[in-house]
Design a protein around this ligand. Structure first.
Ligand SMILES: *[C@@H]1O[C@H](CO)[C@@H](O)[C@H](O)[C@H]1NC(C)=O
Length: 457
């Protein structure tokens, strides 16, 4: 072998090593992502992103049905099956997904309608994640192309499992088309001191200003720890006088931790005009709740070239949230992303973001995100839940009794007959009478004070 061969072998070897290491390290760093096509009997891939959806598993009951052909919502994943939870199987049914590593996740559940002409009613039901009620569907959800066709929440999952439960409210049978559990950065959407394990952020609204069609992070070329957010398109704030701008060049400071916003989000914006110098965006919200508001800016308007030329105040429901916002000076330059977040308490049923010019007569905005802040419920001691499940199996109780998920939470939907009490020290629920475990239950009837009462209806 001549000496000249060495470099070639070395290069091949190096390439192989590099391939090996990059695969090794990228798989180490890859965020957890699980997508389920509910009702599907085999794995499915969807166009155009080639997204993998696992075949259906982890459900506690229900039946398979065909989904409508998505004539109503264009943003629902193009999957063809559903899992329907008939009321006859009990008022609460769940997906209990195990082996989800403890962490911070974007959990998203799309609903859909059953493809049956006689099955026209739109089901209305409650949705809980790990025992916290995160959504109650409102009439009309199925005829929209927005956040109403899914529930999405940022949650911290512990205990290696995620329980997603659907609580019938007597208006039709819950029908679920897909579930996504996508890991996000531990500090994603950190909104201040109350942020963390004790809070859940439920997505209320996410709009990309000046964008012409709805986009997911993946459509924007984003990915990784972003959670594949859905961005609805917003071409006007309602006054129809704004100008949509597009700036194709590179935007600085995008795709950064902890939120990893895609660059393309900042390449469109809405700018006010002389006819309507103030930009005002109003959305419906649930009253008496706290909201986390995230506002996105990048100066992509060629008519603005340096700091001081465009300054505006930002008001939320009439109160100044940010004064004298100068995007160029705050972000550090032209075409540079600026993200502002604030928390507001809302008493009424609407949340209004207003941008009022201070210097220069026009305001600019690239995107808006609004989350409802929900206090995460404490769960019931695992041993208690386990004991109840064993009891249910031992007694061969019918499915209708639907003992799935957590017996004590959400507080709005406890299991019938479970007398729950809170252990303040351990921050966990327990069931009165069950504290010593199952044996006490083998003689249920002899214990009138036991936690399980006889009224199972
Ligand atoms: C959001 O705002 C809070 C309060 O001002 C701040 O502590 C936090 O760091 C901000 N979050 C991000 C991700 O910028």
């Amino acid at each position: 072998m001549s000496m000249g061969c060495f470099p070639i072998y070395t290069r091949i070897l190096l390439t192989l090593l590099l391939c090996f290491f990059s695969t090794f390290f990228s798989s180490q760093a890859a965020p957890y992502a699980l997508r389920i096509s509910c009702g599907a009997s085999k794995d499915v891939r969807t166009w155009p992103t080639n997204t993998l959806w696992r075949k259906d598993f982890a459900y506690t009951g229900g039946v398979i049905a065909d989904a409508t052909s998505h004539s109503r919502s264009r943003i629902t994943p193009p999957l063809s099956t559903l899992r329907v939870f008939p009321l006859s199987e009990g008022p609460q049914n769940c997906y209990i997904i195990n082996q989800v590593p403890a962490g911070h996740y974007a959990v998203r559940i799309f609903f859909d309608l059953v493809a049956d002409p006689n099955f026209d009613s739109e089901p209305l039901f409650d949705v809980s994640i790990d025992g916290t009620l995160v959504d109650s569907l409102n009439a009309g959800w199925s005829t929209h192309d927005d956040e109403r066709v899914f529930t999405e929440a940022l949650v911290f999952l512990s205990d290696d499992s995620a329980s997603l439960c659907f609580h019938s409210t007597g208006h039709g049978d819950p029908a679920i088309i897909s579930i996504e559990i996508l890991q996000v950065d531990d500090k994603a959407y950190n909104f201040g001191p109350l942020s963390g394990q004790g809070s859940i952020l439920k997505t209320v609204k996410r709009v990309s200003c000046g964008e012409r069609r709805p986009m997911f992070d993946e459509d924007y070329g984003g990915g990784g720890l972003g959670g594949d957010r859905f961005w609805n398109s917003l071409t006007t704030f309602g006054q129809s006088s704004e100008t949509a701008i597009f700036g194709k060049g590179t935007i600085q400071r995008t795709s950064l931790a902890p939120n990893f916003y895609p660059q393309a989000l900042y390449q469109t914006a809405l700018v006010s005009t002389d006819a309507q110098p103030e930009l005002t965006y109003t959305m419906d919200v649930e009253p008496n709740s706290d909201y986390s508001v995230w506002l996105h800016f990048a100066e992509i308007d060629p008519s603005i070239t340096k700091a001081g030329q465009r300054v505006f105040d930002i008001l939320i429901n009439g109160d100044v949230a940010f004064k004298d916002v100068d995007v160029i000076s705050m972000s550090g330059g032209l075409k540079t992303a600026l993200v502002l977040n604030t928390t507001v308490a809302v008493d009424g049923r609407s949340l209004t973001v207003s941008l009022l010019p201070v210097t220069g007569s026009h305001a600019i905005i690239n995107a808006i995100e609004v989350f409802k802040i929900i206090a995460a419920e404490s769960k019931t001691f695992y041993t208690e839940v386990n004991a109840l499940q064993s009891l249910k199996n031992a007694l061969q109780l019918p499915r209708r009794l639907g003992w799935n998920g957590d017996p004590c939470v959400p507080l709005q939907h406890p299991w019938t007959g479970a007398a729950c009490q809170f252990d303040n020290a351990k921050k966990r629920w327990f069931i009165d009478g069950l504290i010593y475990g199952l044996p006490k239950f083998s003689s249920c009837a002899a214990h009138p004070t036991s936690g399980i009462r006889a009224d199972y209806d």
